[in-house]
Structures are given as C-alpha cells and as structure tokens.
Design a protein around this ligand. Structure first.
Ligand code: PLP
Length: 417
C-alpha cells in the first residue's frame, strides 16, 4: 500500500468514541469514586491533549506580547496568534481574516455588536429575536433598547420546540433594525433554519446576527454561503479553553461600526485633541488579547478538522438517537424540544422529580448533567417549567454512558417518584 493510500485509508477509517477518548485525559478521571460520564457538553466541552500541548508550547516557546514587539519571541507569538485567526477564518469560511475579531466568547461578541449599533437605532427601531434565545442574546438587546428607545419583537416557539417560521416570516418587515437568532438552542438542541432566516432577511434588507455558541463545534459552517452579517461563538464549547471566542462580521460592518472598547492596539495615532483608529479587526481588539486562548482555539479547530467535523457530528447523532429512544422508555419522562433537526442535546422533565434532585443523584453516580433554566428563562416560561434536566453529548461520549444516565434516572425515580 502506498503512503498516500495508507493515509487515505486512515482518514476513511470509521471513528469511535473509545479511540477519541484517549485524546481527552480528563475523561479518564473519577467522580465520587465512579468513572466520570461527562454529559454537560453544551455548557462546556473537555479539552484534548493537543489543545493543552498548544498552550504549553506557547508558554514555553513564545509567550510575549503580540504585534508591537521588536524581538523574536514577540514575532513568534504574533505569527501564532494571527495563524489562529486564519484558522478561525477557515473554520467559518469567511472571506478574510480581517472579518474575525477575537473576543472572550459569544457573550462578548454579541455585546460588542449591540454596543456598536447604538448610532443606527432610535425609538422607531425594532430588533427581532426568537423565544428560544440564551440570555446572552436577549439582555444586550434589552440594554440597547434602554439606551436608544428601540423595541424588541419576539418570534414564538411551537410546542415541538421548533421556531414558528410562519410567524417569524410575518415579523420580518423592511426597516427592521436587526434579526438576532440562535443557530442551535442550548436548552433544547433544536437547530434553527438559519439559511431560510438569512434568505428572508436579505430579501427584506435586514441585517442578521447568529448566535453560534452551540453550533460552531458541531455543525459545518460557511458564513459566506449563509449570508449572515454577524456570527458569534465561544471556544470553550468547541474543545478550546474558556475566555476566548470570536465574532465574525462582514467587512463593511467592521469598517462602519465605531470601536467597542478604547485602549492600546485599536489605535493608529493618539493625541489629546483626537485619536485615529486602527483597521479591523484590530480596531475592535483593545488591549492585550488572550493570545494563549486564541492559539489554543486554533489547535482545537485543527483537532476537529483533522478528524472531520461531519464524521464527529455523525457520532453525536448516533448518541442523540440512542439516548432519545432510551429516555422515552422511562415512565413519566417528557422531552422538551422534539423537533428535528436537533444537535445532541436532550432536555427533559420527569414527573415527581425536581431537575436539581435528579442532577444530584446522577452526580453521585458519576454522571454530570445540567439542571435548571439553562440561561433561557423565557423559553422555560413558554413551556410553563422552572427548569429541565439536560444531557448534552460530544463525540467522545459512549452508548454505555447513556445507559448509566438511564440507570441513574432509575435510581432517582426509586428515591423520589
Ligand atoms: N448562546 C448560547 C446559545 C449559549 O448556549 C451560550 C452558553 O451557554 C452563550 C450564548 C454564551 O456563551 P459564553 O458564556 O461562552 O459567552
């Protein structure tokens, strides 16, 4: 077999969670003396060794400040930092790396846009959201409304958890200031038809921001094909560290918007009688950036791309199908968000068991899930619930871990139901 054929065979070889788990040392740890079954990936994913190695390499080989240095370490750090920006560009298929602003994460990315849009909003402006948004994609817009007098409109969610697209269409009117929607619901896993949404927006001449926090590590992305104006995401939900993320914004926006924060890096010239700003993306990156985080984000993207995001997503889909089937067999259990397509997130309630009690019982079995309102209180209100239990999967989870989840639920039912 030639080397190329061998490499191809390796690339084509089916992936298994068991082999991928070896790349994630944290998955081999124990909790309450039980093997960890980490099913809280929508909150934050674990990091592969390759990401930790990239961090260590940065610290040892090149840590120095970026862009302004006149020495070799700074040049090396700058090259690695800008290399990470290029990886983020490629990840989203943005037209240029200048359209990628590094931020602390999705929350800061959305706040950046909301802050910088003030000058385009007034008391006649409206912003369209959906009823399934994370608080990060609600509160910054409420704050913008308080500053400018603009108003929010909210498209409803159907009983299945799907966005009511007909109602949404009716709310997309010319003159709308902005549409801000989540790509994937963190509380239900429901995937929104962002292609349709962007098409509707384009026809009406309305800009669109997509909150991609739950999508960027699971769904192949192409912002040019999508035609969105802004796309926000966080590194820690895609196997990179916390405190790093990015905002994609189409170039004309970054030219047009005023800067977000002021300080070093974002200027060309500062005098007491005025300041000229740097070109994008630096205009929006005041101060010393999270250099290590950006480099580690690039390493996480390399890791995912190396295995093929579609192949990893197929593993997650298998987990979703298996876990949905097993959970639906549990008496008194109801899944919130049954629409398809879905990412590998399952929110559920069980008659007679508070989600927090369930979470505690499962924790003692070594199974980590999330319980509560998932920073989506309006969605919980929509379903008349204070909260749900949520199991969210990554490609490194196994069917056996799903079985442990179901068995732990059985224990909780014996105690509470
Ligand atoms: N948007 C969605 C859909 C999320 O799930 C989250 C986090 O859970 C956020 C935004 C905020 O992300 P971060 O806390 O990383 O800024």
């Amino acid at each position: 077999m030639s080397r190329v054929t061998a490499q191809l065979a390796e690339v084509q070889a089916p992936l298994s969670a068991e082999s991928l788990r070896a790349d994630f040392p944290s998955l081999a740890t124990r909790v309450h003396d039980k093997p960890l079954a980490y099913l809280d990936n929508a909150a934050s994913t674990q990091r592969p060794q390759a990401v930790m190695d990239a961090l260590t390499e940065y610290e040892v080989e090149m840590h120095a400040n970026v862009h302004r240095g006149v020495h070799a370490r700074s040049d090396k750090a700058t090259a690695a930092f800008e290399g990470a920006r290029e990886r983020a560009r490629a990840w989203l298929n943005a037209a240029s790396g200048d359209e990628l602003v590094f931020t602390r994460g999705a929350t800061e990315s959305i706040n950046l846009v909301a802050r910088c849009l003030d000058h385009r909003m007034d008391s006649g402006s409206e912003i369209l959201l959906t009823g399934m948004e994370h608080h990060s994609n609600i509160v910054p817009w409420q704050q913008l409304c308080q500053r400018t007098g603009a108003r929010l409109k909210v498209a409803p969610v159907l009983d299945s958890g799907a966005l009511d697209l007909d109602a949404f269409r009716g709310l997309v009117t010319p003159g709308l200031g902005l549409i801000a929607v989540t790509h994937v619901s963190n509380a239900m896993g429901v995937i929104n038809p962002v292609d349709d949404i962007c098409r509707m927006a384009r026809q009406a001449g309305v800009p669109v921001l997509i909150d991609g926090a739950q999508a960027a590590g699971h769904v192949p992305l192409d912002v040019q094909e999508l035609g969105c104006d802004f796309y926000a995401f966080s590194g820690h939900k895609m196997y990179a560290p916390t405190g790093i993320g990015a905002l994609y914004a189409r170039a004309p926006w970054l030219d047009d918007l005023p800067p977000f924060l002021g300080g070093g890096e974002m200027i060309l010239e500062v005098r007491f009688d005025g300041t000229t700003y740097n070109t994008p993306p630096h205009k929006f990156e005041a101060g010393t950036p999270n250099i290590a985080g950006a480099i580690a984000l690039g390493a996480a993207m390399d890791y995912l791309a190396g295995h093929g995001l579609a192949r990893l997503a197929a593993l997650e889909h298998e987990l979703l199908e298996y876990a949905t089937g097993r959970l639906l067999d549990v008496p008194g259990l109801r899944i919130i968000g049954t629409a398809s397509p879905k990412s590998a997130v399952i929110s559920f309630v069980i008659d007679g068991i508070h989600p927090h009690d369930l979470g505690t019982v499962l924790d003692h079995e070594g199974v980590a899930i999330r319980a509560g309102h998932h920073c989506a209180m309006p969605l919980m209100d929509r379903f008349g619930l204070p909260g749900t239990a949520r199991a969210s999967f990554a490609f490194y989870n196994t069917l056996e871990e799903v079985d442990r989840l179901v068995s732990g639920i059985g224990t909780a039912r014996k105690l509470f139901a």
